[in-house]
Ligand binder design. Structure first.
Ligand code: NAD
Length: 360
């Protein structure tokens, strides 16, 4: 069986779906074909792929194609019936892209749809990439803040530590809390899922009690708040946010626009020099003033709306993603052949389009 690894074509996408290190872990009977230059932006050369046993060539005719971003219309046109595709396919928001793959009869596996059960953890690419985003968000906040994160006692006097608030304490939020703590900031965290309080506190942060509590779905995600809960949360945050030097927001509801947590009024109340890093920028932002893909100055407050943050750390983001892809592939391939077991809840749950099967 051949596994094709295309060079990503989406603007700003520096990751690659498979890194040389993973090739040796794919098992017997899997030949890897990598498009020339596919790993360049993530610091993996064609030479490194060759040394790991891959060939450099056209990845699109392989039985399985693994990539990062959803295929463009031109790329999708190169796929054929019965082929397996693994990628972030945005199944809840990109209906047109999914329809295209469905028409082509491709067995498409969306990395976002891997069920969040213990057995599937090694395949959980949302978590691996959120870890990168959370870490980087804390570094961006520290970099943009015109103050120190840690407390410093110097001959020139004592500098108090920065106060950082992390809103949304899922995988990215918890990593942002841990990283900001390591840098010496005093950190508070908040999430609508009640189970999170303990996790926030175990990282040495304070749980901000806003008196708003949401619900958790079976998959461990937050349910959207009611309009009353949303209003109560915004009002509570409005009062608390001006006490913080940096606010990192990560709140998300799968398939829905990001909830507004930081209103324009709350930004106006922040001290000049304060920083907001909005990891939800891609789905509209948790801050009302965020401009996705931009870094802006709003009355002296820096608002960072960088999108695709994992791609800003492409080497390790790709390495983690590559291990997720290899683990998923392990479920889709047996003895060097594609073998799709639709009774497996991870295989069935991750698949978003499949070739129509003719009844026997
Ligand atoms: P996510 O990216 O969908 O959302 C980020 C966070 O935003 C979540 O914690 C969510 O509760 C929070 N949020 C939503 N609306 C909010 C609001 N109005 N105010 C404040 N916070 C809000 O979530 P995620 O990071 O992908 O993870 C969600 C859950 O899934 C976590 O509990 C995580 O531990 C769990 N998980 C489980 C597994 C597993 O295998 N069992 C694997 C990965 C993640």
């Amino acid at each position: 069986m051949r596994l094709g690894i295309p060079k990503e074509s989406a603007s700003g996408e520096h990751r690659v779906a498979l890194v040389p290190e993973t090739i040796g872990r794919l098992g017997e009977g899997v030949d890897v074909v990598v498009e020339p230059g596919a790993g360049d932006a993530a610091s993996f050369s064609d030479e490194a792929y060759r040394e790991a046993g891959a060939s450099i060539g056209d990845p699109w005719s392989a039985e399985v194609v693994a990539k990062v971003a959803p295929p463009s219309a031109e790329e999708a046109a190169r796929l054929h019936e019965g082929q397996v595709l693994i990628a972030f396919l945005q199944p809840l928001t990109d209906a047109e892209g999914i329809e295209r793959l469905s028409r082509a009869g491709v067995h498409a596996f969306a990395l976002e749809s891997v069920p969040r059960i213990t057995r599937a953890q090694p395949m959980d690419a949302l978590s691996s990439q959120a870890t990168v985003s959370g870490y980087k968000a804390a570094l961006i906040a520290a970099d943009r803040l015109p103050r120190f994160f840690p407390m410093l006692m110097t001959a020139a006097g004592t500098i108090p530590p920065a106060k950082v608030l992390v809103l949304g304490a899922g995988v990215a939020g918890l990593q942002a809390i841990a990283t900001a703590r390591r840098l010496g900031a005093v950190v508070s965290g908040f999430d609508v899922r009640p189970a999170v309080r303990e996790q926030v506190e175990s990282l040495g942060a304070t749980f901000l009690d806003l008196g708003v509590q949401g619900e958790e779905t079976e998959g461990g995600y937050a349910r959207e708040l009611t309009p009353e809960q949303r209003a109560a949360q915004q009002a509570e945050l409005q009062a608390r946010i001006p006490q913080f030097d940096a606010v990192i927001t990560t709140a998300a509801i799968p398939g829905r626009p990001a909830p507004t947590l930081v209103t324009a009024e709350a930004v106006r109340a922040m001290r000049p020099g304060s920083v907001i890093v909005d990891l939800a920028a891609e789905t509209g932002g948790n801050c009302e003033l965020t401009e996705p893909g931009q870094e802006i100055d709003a009355g002296g407050v820096t608002i960072v709306g960088t999108t695709n943050v994992p791609s800003t750390m492409p080497t390790h983001a790709s390495q983690l993603l590559s291990r997720n892809v290899a683990s998923l592939l392990g479920l889709l391939v047996a003895d060097g052949n594609v073998a799709l077991d639709w009774d497996d809840e991870v295989v069935a749950g991750t698949c978003v389009t499949r070739k129509a099967e003719v009844p026997a």
